[in-house]
Design a protein around this ligand. Structure first.
Ligand code: RP5
Length: 160
């Protein structure tokens, strides 16, 4: 198996239904990814060890999805120089608004690029990771352009 260039982290296995959107997009673009359940508060030591080893394994982008008081993306960003894309997940009584604010409101100095709540956010995080890789990878750039073309071609001119 090829080395993952993008890792998709989530705070709970219950987040997978949302986060699989990122993996599906990356797969469609021929970008190797790896998904892991790693929690900022439940498995902090495991998370730290995983992030420490990520750059030398060839990882270039971290996608981190979490719900509730969503620390995961911020904690990842604090521990790696890799770009961190945060996906707030609708898994709490506040329907993801808590996760959105926790992920997006990073104090200055440690950035997290934050996406929409839920599946759209996960898919866009995958596309954004591809756009980051496309800067130095012509193959990814071409596949991303084709993906956009296919998306446009599938949009009808009229509603009926
Ligand atoms: C967060 O708490 C996870 O990202 C998840 O969205 C939420 C609830 O986790 P579970 O109790 O469903 O495992 O850490």
């Amino acid at each position: 198996m090829a080395k993952p260039r993008v890792v998709i982290l989530m705070g709970s296995k219950n987040d997978w239904e949302t986060m699989r959107g990122a993996q599906e997009v990356l797969e469609a673009l021929g970008i190797e990814s790896e998904a892991r359940v790693l929690s900022a508060h439940r498995t902090p030591d495991r998370l730290r060890a995983y992030l420490e080893g990520a750059p030398e394994r060839g990882v270039e982008v971290v996608i981190a999805g979490a719900g509730g008081a969503a620390h995961l993306a911020g904690v990842c960003a604090a521990q790696t120089l890799l770009p961190v894309l945060g996906v707030p997940i609708d898994s709490s009584p506040l329907q993801g608004l808590d996760a959105l604010l926790a992920t997006v409101q990073m104090p200055g100095g440690i950035p997290v690029a934050t996406f929409a709540i839920g599946k759209a956010g996960a898919e866009n995080a995958g596309l954004f990771a591809a756009a980051i890789l496309a800067g130095a990878d012509q193959g990814v750039r071409e596949r991303l352009a084709k993906w956009r073309e296919a998306q446009a071609a599938a949009i009808p001119d009229t509603p009926l």
